[in-house]
Design a protein around this ligand. Structure first.
Ligand code: HEC
Ligand code: HEC
Ligand code: HEC
Ligand code: HEC
Ligand code: HEC
Ligand code: HEC
Ligand code: HEC
Length: 378
């Protein structure tokens, strides 16, 4: 779902529709496992709940209990996130849910403090993408947490954990439900649950291929006399043309995705939230870190190898050699095909005019002697 090219506003709707949406049979659905202590579903369980915004977007306010109970946030009470709702019936919403607020109901068992995503938020806000939840102007083009994170991502349907493991845990913990919950929580993180190269490409290019957005930022940066990467206007487009990009598009998962180069691999899950431009010395794409970045996969890469352009441009002004090389190859390629097809056509026409029939027998398609005695075919 992250692949859709949607503007931030409609992204909310996307997120919402993941958690919410159409509950076809309210009464046949099995009872939700999470507890609606706050009674929000008294109203929000009805499929028709929603409204059309001033921009004409249909927003659903309908929460599907059976979907919600499978999201990563299933144990978070509604109002830990929707903390602005203080009374019922509630008032209209301004800021909505911010992803760095503290949960009232959940403590971090390791630290004993109220749980929050503050750590990730701190990295994110310093990154090139950092913005406030409600952003205006150019900042509104940047991704907020919910632009990249839609609920189902981390929730492949895992089914029940293996019973021999649960059996072993319950001899002490007694409750299977407790064990199953914790088992899923940790086992998912032990397994590699990461976006594939293709998904990463689709996520980043949902913005970095948006011509209007790119032009807007190039123009603004010029006006504000602010630096932007040389490759900023062509990053996604050129990646597609690169060797890595072509392999990714063909479905080869082990080649470099945007995040293999733009995020540090040590501490990956934090670093993906800290993307910095290549002019920042802390970026793995900074000139002083490039060799190390390539070496992760290209073990013998040196300075010369790292100088190869991961964002090759075939525009005349950027790379004259590549521009002419491609042009010549294109001309030669087309010419060869045209000549091949042309020759077969001429040959076919010639043989037909000679009166040679076209019939399949004994492994040959051309029969009969030439009328004009040219003896093309035996
Ligand atoms: C008495 C019925 C009722 C209950 C109970 C209720 N809601 Fe609502 N909720 C509504 C209605 C009606 C709307 C649509 C309001 C509108 O269009 O301005 C709504 C809208 C919302 C919105 C979207 C508001 C916006 O403008 O974007 C959120 C978020 C929300 N409710 C969360 C909750 C939470 C969390 C709870 C539980 C604490 C809850 N609701 C309990 C009736 C209810
Ligand atoms: C982990 C945090 C989280 C939890 C838990 C959560 N929500 Fe939400 N909810 C969001 C986010 C994020 C949005 C997207 C809108 C926004 O950014 O404010 C949203 C959107 C909504 C909307 C639509 C609001 C709109 O403006 O379009 C409704 C209604 C809603 N939630 C109800 C609920 C109910 C009812 C529950 C409990 C069953 C619940 N939510 C639990 C984070 C949460
Ligand atoms: C020999 C008894 C025993 C077995 C078997 C056992 N546990 Fe525990 N577990 C404990 C005790 C005692 C604690 C609390 C003390 C501690 O932190 O060491 C605990 C703590 C935990 C906690 C931390 C809970 C919190 O809120 O702090 C989790 C999670 C947990 N166990 C999961 C499991 C899982 C999953 C299994 C099976 C793979 C398992 N345990 C097997 C005895 C056991
Ligand atoms: C540009 C896109 C992007 C933005 C913006 C973003 N994230 Fe992430 N996030 C990712 C990627 C990519 C991963 C790594 C996992 C994967 O490959 O999907 C990740 C991983 C995570 C994880 C680890 C999940 C797990 O189960 O191990 C958490 C938690 C998280 N992000 C929270 C946040 C929060 C909170 C924000 C906002 C402050 C945020 N993210 C903003 C892309 C993003
Ligand atoms: C929601 C849209 C959006 C998504 C998704 C997104 N970006 Fe960005 N990105 C932007 C915007 C907007 C800028 C800021 C340009 C500026 O500073 O004016 C930016 C800036 C950058 C920059 C720094 C450019 C510079 O020269 O300063 C890099 C590098 C970057 N993004 C990489 C990525 C990668 C890698 C991903 C995928 C994980 C990604 N982006 C996903 C919108 C997005
Ligand atoms: C093989 C490593 C590699 C891959 C894969 C890669 N990049 Fe880059 N990227 C770089 C390097 C190195 C630079 C700096 C190049 C320069 O300025 O000459 C860069 C520059 C950029 C810039 C310009 C801003 C800056 O930091 O200079 C953006 C935006 C960007 N990349 C986004 C992406 C996106 C989006 C993807 C995936 C579609 C991607 N990159 C894939 C290595 C990579
Ligand atoms: C995540 C792993 C990964 C990273 C990081 C990575 N590459 Fe690659 N790259 C690959 C794979 C896989 C191939 C496929 C061909 C192969 O096996 O050599 C490839 C192929 C290439 C090729 C095509 C020709 C060749 O040598 O096979 C070039 C050029 C290249 N990479 C340059 C770079 C540069 C420059 C960097 C650092 C900025 C880099 N790569 C970083 C995985 C990676």
């Amino acid at each position: 779902m992250i692949t859709r090219k949607t503007q931030p506003r409609s992204q909310y709707v996307l997120v919402v529709s993941m958690m919410l949406g159409l509950l076809l049979a309210v009464f046949v659905t099995p009872l939700a496992a999470f507890e609606d202590d706050e009674g929000c579903l008294i109203c929000h369980k009805y499929p028709m709940m929603g409204r059309v915004t001033d921009e004409g977007v249909l927003r659903s306010y309908y929460v599907m209990p059976h979907i919600f109970e499978r999201t990563v946030h299933r144990n978070v009470p509604c109002r830990d996130c929707h903390s602005y709702i203080k009374e019922l019936p509630h008032k209209p919403v301004k800021e909505g849910v911010t992803c760095n607020s503290e949960c009232h109901s959940i403590k971090n068992p390791a630290t004993g403090k109220q749980f929050s995503h503050q750590l990730i938020y701190d990295s994110y806000i310093e990154s090139t993408h950092g913005r406030k939840k409600i952003a205006e102007g150019p900042d509104a083009d940047k991704p907020y947490c919910i632009n990249c994170h839609t609920n189902p991502l981390y929730n492949p349907d895992e089914g029940k954990p293996p019973s021999q493991i649960v059996d072993r845990c319950v001899i002490c913990h007694e409750k299977r439900e407790f064990v199953e919950r914790w088992y899923n929580h940790t086992s998912r993180r032990i397994r590699e649950v990461k976006r594939s190269s293709k998904e990463v490409f689709e996520l980043c290019s949902s913005c970095h291929e948006n011509k209007e957005m790119l032009d807007r930022h190039v123009r603004l940066a010029k006006e504000e006399d602010r630096e932007l990467g040389k490759k900023f206007p062509i990053a996604a487009e050129s990646y597609k043309e690169s060797f890595h990009g072509k392999l990714t598009r063909l479905g080869f998962g082990k080649t470099a995705s945007c995040l293999d180069c733009h995020a540090r691999q040590k501490d990956y899950f934090r670093s993906v939230h800290e993307i910095r431009p290549s002019r920042d010395p802390e970026s793995p794409t900074h000139i002083s870190n490039k060799v190390e970045t390539c070496q992760r996969c290209h073990t013998f890469a040196d300075e010369n190898y790292a100088a190869l352009d991961p964002h090759p441009s075939s525009k005349q002004e950027d790379n004259l050699f590549k521009y002419y090389a491609e042009m010549i190859y294109n001309i030669v390629g087309v010419a060869v095909i045209v000549m091949l097809v042309g020759m077969s056509l001429l040959e076919t026409i010639g043989r037909r005019r000679d009166g040679i029939a076209w019939r399949l027998s004994h492994g040959s398609t051309w029969r009969r002697k030439s009328r004009r005695g040219r003896g093309r075919v035996e």
